[in-house]
Design a protein. Structure first.
Length: 135
């Protein structure tokens, strides 16, 4: 396993702690949104945003764990970053719209949702490529 601080492979490969920090913040934000949905703002949309953000933050942590042991760590890290970006767009727009009533950025939720789906497909593809590439 390479040094986590290695800088010659870019931020996604050399600094997985940045993705882990982002995942931690996304998880905390997801739990906060869930608390708001449960106690302050009666909104199924906000509860969905909370669930998606928390779930994808945890998945990104798992992807980084795989990346640290995988033969293609940069690709696994990129999928984790994409997953976090997608969940942040999706959940952030829903939270913004729900809490402010402003729908100016409503196109970000479907973009984020589509990218979340894509990130899961990329993760599956990487797993299959790893399984079939070891013949």
């Amino acid at each position: 396993m390479s040094d986590l601080g290695e800088t010659n492979r870019g931020a996604l490969c050399g600094a997985p702690f940045l993705i882990l920090a982002w995942a931690g913040l996304a998880g905390a934000a997801g739990v906060s949104l869930a608390a708001m949905a449960a106690h302050k703002v009666d909104s199924p949309a906000l509860a969905t945003a909370a669930t998606m953000l928390t779930l994808h933050a945890a998945a990104a942590v798992g992807l980084i764990a795989v990346a640290l042991r995988a033969s293609r760590p940069c690709l696994w890290s990129a999928v984790a970053a994409l997953m976090l970006a997608a969940a942040s767009l999706f959940s952030g727009e829903i939270a913004f719209h729900t809490l402010t009533g402003n729908a100016s950025f409503q196109m970000l939720a479907p973009v984020g949702g589509t990218l979340m789906i894509a990130s899961w497909i990329f993760a599956a593809g990487l797993a299959l490529a790893g399984a079939f590439g070891k013949r």
